[in-house]
Ligand binder design. Structure first.
Ligand SMILES: [Zn+2]
Length: 186
């Protein structure tokens, strides 16, 4: 359930953009769960803002700072995929054009508070997330009826995506997986 009002949500989203742009620091209140990503979609006038938050583990297979050329390369490849929005989303309707993409990675700097079964190594004591902000300008946002999320093909470690969306005449949430990867707006 979304507890923010629509206005608050839009404000928080703008604030986050500003905050992350300025500080380039990312932190979260609680450790993520590997395999699960989050997507927030906000419609505002002609603007469509989408924020993706995904565990670094799920896109590159490690969470610590890249410390060898193999890890750096893995991060470069993943960044390249995420920064080309057509690898990530397909829209039906709306006539949307990409305006900006901002990508950040960060450590939560917290000890694990959940089980280690998903970790390949047991001595990792930080979680890292990738956050990507996608901003679109849409000529007819009311006609946007479907957003297909293509991440499951790009990153098979992503099992589930929690989607929350807000627009002027409604809001909703969806749980996506590789078999049901579309968000429908009514
Ligand atoms: Zn983690």
């Amino acid at each position: 359930m979304i507890s923010f009002s629509k206005k608050t949500y839009a404000f928080v989203f703008s604030f986050l953009l500003l905050f992350f742009t300025k500080s380039f620091a990312v932190s979260s209140q609680k450790p993520h769960i590997h395999g699960i990503s989050n997507l927030n979609i906000a419609f505002e006038n002609k603007l469509l803002n989408i924020e993706l938050k995904t565990p670094l583990m799920d896109i590159v297979g490690f969470e610590e700072k890249p410390k060898n050329s193999r890890q750096k390369k893995a991060l470069d490849i993943a960044s390249g995929i995420l920064k080309n929005w057509k690898n990530v989303f397909a829209f039906k309707g709306g006539s949307c054009e990409n305006e900006k993409i901002l990508m950040l990675t960060g450590n939560e700097n917290k000890k694990h508070t959940h089980k280690h079964e998903n970790h390949k190594r047991l001595d990792i004591d930080t979680h890292s997330d990738v956050r990507v902000f996608y901003g679109f300008n849409c000529n007819n946002l009311n006609n946007l009826t479907v957003v297909e999320v293509l991440l499951f093909k790009q990153f098979p470690e992503i099992q589930q995506i929690n989607v929350q969306w807000v627009r002027t005449n409604g809001q909703g949430q969806e749980l996506l997986n590789k078999d049901q990867n579309k968000v429908f707006f009514r």
